[in-house]
Design a protein around this ligand. Sequence first.
Ligand code: GLA
Length: 373
Amino acid sequence: MFTKKPPLGWNSWNTFGNDISEELLMQTADAMVKKGLKDAGYEYVVIDDCWSLRERDEKGDIVTDPVKFPHGMKYLADYIHSKGLKFGMYSCAGVKTCAGYPSSYHNEFRDAKLFASFDVDFLKYDFCNVPQGSNGPLLYHTMGMALKESGRDILFSACNWGSDHVETWIRSCGAGMYRSTGDINDNFASVRDIALSQVDKLAYSGVGCYNDIDMLIVGMYNRGNVKNGGCTDVDYKTHFSVWCVFGSPLMIGCDVRNVNDVSLELMKNKDLLRINQDEECRTAFVCGDNGNKGLCFFRHLSDNEYALMFVNFADEEAEIKLDLTNIGLWDGCGHGLCCRDVFTNEKIVIERTKTEKLAAHDSKVFLCKTVSI
Ligand code: GLA
């Protein structure tokens, strides 16, 4: 499927891992509607690994686990579609999925047809247990073609964790998004490592195929499958802001049935989503650098607007300085930036430089326009 904006949705893995069921998925779809996440733009409800039995049937098809999903996947797809949402599933390019379930190696066309028969709209395609000597790019080409032939328009979400210089070839395989990082876990160090590892890769993301810097941990608070210490609300705010300004797909990873108001409002922040979903899909670039403690990013948006983000990645207070020369507004050009803080709505005018003093892990995001000074 060709998609003009980074996909938004929910995925079962971060919180639930193996502990998934029809009931969970249906309740999640209900919660996405009731809590305004669907209206905010989140549309995919995706089952990750662990949805099938351990063996294929005698015809060679993967079998849905009848205990976890008693009415089968088509029933679940119908329910999710009836809520105005889209349905996603998971397979893998190897002989087994990462959790050891049957996977699509040399079964690509068969499995793509099966997913199409379930009315799937999205397929995440992982990279575990690939036979030695296999050609990774070709495995993604095979599934890319199998999905096209399946009879359904399915968004192909590749997941080889950024290996094999994936950014240079994945767009050629028909993918609509691709994981450009290893797996996230629920602490700020993981957010920081992912963010800093992506700065040089952002230019590979663009309309039709987006760098996916992994599913969100917002609202998890050290509960669930990828818990590893947890985060504060400040950490989650910075995490979500970076994912939005970097233009990553946003796949919610917490239990949306029980999400708290702070996390819910963060993930529904209209200005951050407007930046993330900007139709021009341009690349954020570094415009200020405090020796690896903090960075400042600038991104062109449509409608003559710009996003400006200051991030303190350090575990202590730090100052990050923007000099407008670094975004092309040279001293004497007669122009500065008029900016609105997307969290407080405070307005500031930057005439030449701006230094933000930020607490550990904190960030600020502004929507800006150029202004005569
Ligand atoms: C890999 C992926 C994760 C998740 C698990 C499932 O680690 O990167 O996002 O899909 O497999 O086993």
